[in-house]
Design a protein around this ligand. Structure first.
Ligand code: GLP
Length: 244
């Protein structure tokens, strides 16, 4: 879906999320959302906060699972995805703290694997993710599933691609400060979500969007796996769609 602007696109995504939350609420069910960080979803979160404040949209029946976190990473660090989510969404809505899940960047290395297994179990126990929001990295990563990630991969520790670390360099005041690893939901975890929405804005994303949409499905561009999902939408502004 191509929109004239990223703000129109973001409003449409926020509307779909809000409708799902309300639909689930009416049925007395929890709404399980998979959430992303990065600049792409920020306007969606702003719009959801506005809907909470001005239209009474409640997050009391919402459970969230974030895609990824750098490793190691302290939650109060500037670059932490915990901090990001609090600042853009969680601090401004009525979500219950116990319903928020974000991969833990503070774990001792030897506990990461069991943490990841537990993360998968928690998602399954809730009946899976109802709607997963995604951005895309310049390498074609979704979450932090870099090129080479298997379609069935699960939540795990990964090594970040050189290009991803380069792109994160300004956030960390130098590439040498960017962590070499991260914990991410797997491609398989993402593909099991009932609904996927990948967002990309701006000309910087045009080339990787072209490869994602029109290229062959391959682990060299993990976002191409979305072609195999039965309910995935790629939401773009004009600039990101320029090479389609
Ligand atoms: C990071 C995140 C990804 C995100 C990507 C793109 O690598 N881990 O989940 O999709 O950045 O970020 P942006 O939306 O800022 O372009």
């Amino acid at each position: 879906e191509v929109f004239d602007s990223s703000s129109e696109a973001s409003n449409s995504v926020a509307m779909e999320i809000a409708n799902l939350i309300q639909e689930k609420e009416e049925k007395g069910e929890m709404c399980v959302l998979g959430l992303a960080t990065g600049s792409s979803p920020t306007s969606v979160y702003n719009e959801l906060v506005r809907m909470h404040k001005e239209e009474g949209l409640s997050f009391k029946n919402v459970v969230t699972f974030n895609l990824d976190e750098y490793f190691p990473m302290e939650p109060d660090s500037l670059q932490s995805y915990v901090r990001f989510m609090n600042e853009y969404l969680f601090d401004h809505v009525d979500i219950k703290k116990e319903n928020i899940h974000i991969p833990d960047g503070t774990l001792p290395y030897e506990l990461v694997e069991s943490f990841c297994q537990e993360y998968e179990k928690k998602i399954k126990a809730l009946g899976g993710i109802d709607l997963q929001v995604l951005g895309i990295g310049r390498t074609g990563h979704i979450g932090f599933n870099e090129p080479g990630s298997h379609i069935n991969s699960k939540t795990r520790m990964i090594s970040l691609d050189h290009i991803t670390r380069l792109d994160a360099a300004s956030d960390f005041f130098g590439e040498e400060n960017v962590p070499r690893r991260a914990i991410t939901m797997g491609v398989g975890t993402i593909m099991q979500a009932k609904r996927l929405i990948l967002m990309a804005w701006g000309e910087g994303k045009a080339q990787i969007i072209h490869r994602t949409v029109e290229g062959e499905v391959s682990d060299s561009v993990p976002a191409t796996y979305l072609q195999k999902h039965t309910n995935a939408t790629i939401v773009l502004d004009e600039a990101a769609a320029a090479e389609l």
